[in-house]
Design a protein around this ligand. Structure first.
Ligand code: BMA
Length: 322
């Protein structure tokens, strides 16, 4: 399929070709999991984390649950996107905002700024925290985007019709047995409004709730989003991954979405861990020149895995489903 990925080239993207004999649209890195808690001081687990190109290397913000089992955010750096040095100490945000715990970060580059959004503990309740950095050393926390309860705040990498845009997933204070993806706009990253319902749960792997994953990828066919969907089994929640495509200028309009998942818990490290049966994507690297995509996902709330796909194949698959 002929399509254009409207992002920069990233020749040193971590990459492995689809294994011989496989017809999967998304395949796992053979060296998974790429990030484990071993060797990071006081780390119980590292998962549901976000990485971006930074200079000619990579940087990221990582969810590290510590040995008190409090969710913290740590910065990390990598030359190749596979081998990571995660800081031993959590990020200490400047800006004087409330930060009681932080989890499931996303990082979005807009101009020279790297915006971090995450599920922020605000007087005991989850909502969407926002901070900005230019060097992954000093982070300035801004006002929360929304009132509690909310999770999975995911920014768009450019303004749309002159405004910042963010997906989010209104929730409850607990483990939220429901959830739709909404879209909100802001002129200044402080005041958010013009809320729109984007997508709701449907059936099977995405019957219970859904939430946006990595930063949407701009293509000439629309915004490509990887997202998680959840089903409730007799043993609890199962988190899988799908993709959807949205209108470029009115991104609350769904062009297509996957009915079958792209990836579901299958490997031992996805099935066994602190929360079993979870693949939870939070970041994607994209090589705009070739359409290669590397998705980072939390596995069983314990470690972080890497999976690969090609944009033109995912777009062709989505457009066939229309
Ligand atoms: C996220 C977080 C986690 C949870 C997970 C599955 O939304 O709430 O704490 O276990 O989903 O990875």
């Amino acid at each position: 399929m002929n399509c254009k990925i409207l992002t920069s080239a990233l020749p040193n993207i971590p990459w492995e070709e689809r294994p011989a004999g496989s017809s999967e649209l998304m395949w796992r890195y053979s060296g998974n999991p790429v990030i484990r808690p071993d060797g990071i001081r006081n780390a119980n687990s590292i998962f549901n984390s976000a990485v971006v190109p930074f200079g000619d290397a990579y940087a990221g913000v990582f969810r590290v649950d510590d040995t008190c089992r409090i969710q913290r955010l740590h910065a990390g750096f990598s030359a190749d996107g596979v081998h990571w040095k995660i800081e031993d100490d959590p990020i200490v945000f400047e800006g004087g905002q409330v930060f009681e715990y932080g989890y499931d970060p996303r990082v979005c580059r807009i101009g020279d700024d790297y915006w971090v959004t995450w599920c922020n503990g605000f007087h005991g309740q989850p909502t969407i925290g926002i901070a900005v950095t230019r060097d992954f050393k000093t982070f300035t926390q801004k006002e929360n985007a929304f009132l509690p309860f909310n999770r999975n705040g995911v920014l768009f990498p450019r303004k749309i019709n002159g405004k910042y845009a963010m997906f989010s997933r209104p929730s409850d204070p607990g483990h939220t047995p429901f959830g739709d993806i909404y879209l909100s706009f802001s002129p200044d990253m402080v005041h958010w409004g013009e809320h729109k319902l984007v997508m709701s749960p449907t059936r099977g792997w995405q019957a219970l709730k859904i939430g946006a994953g990595p930063i949407p990828i701009e293509t000439d066919r629309g915004w490509l989003l990887f997202y998680h969907g959840v089903l409730l089994s007799c043993n609890g929640y199962v988190y899988s991954m799908g993709a959807a495509l949205f209108d470029l200028e009115e991104p609350w309009k769904v062009i297509a979405r996957t009915d079958a998942y792209l990836m579901a818990p299958k490997m031992d490290y996805e099935r066994v861990g602190d929360v079993p049966n979870v693949v939870f994507p939070c970041a994607a690297l994209v090589d705009g020149a070739t359409g290669r995509i590397a998705v980072y996902y939390g596995a069983a709330d314990t470690v972080t895995g890497l999976a690969f796909c090609r944009a033109e194949e995912i777009l062709a698959h989505l457009l066939k489903q229309k």
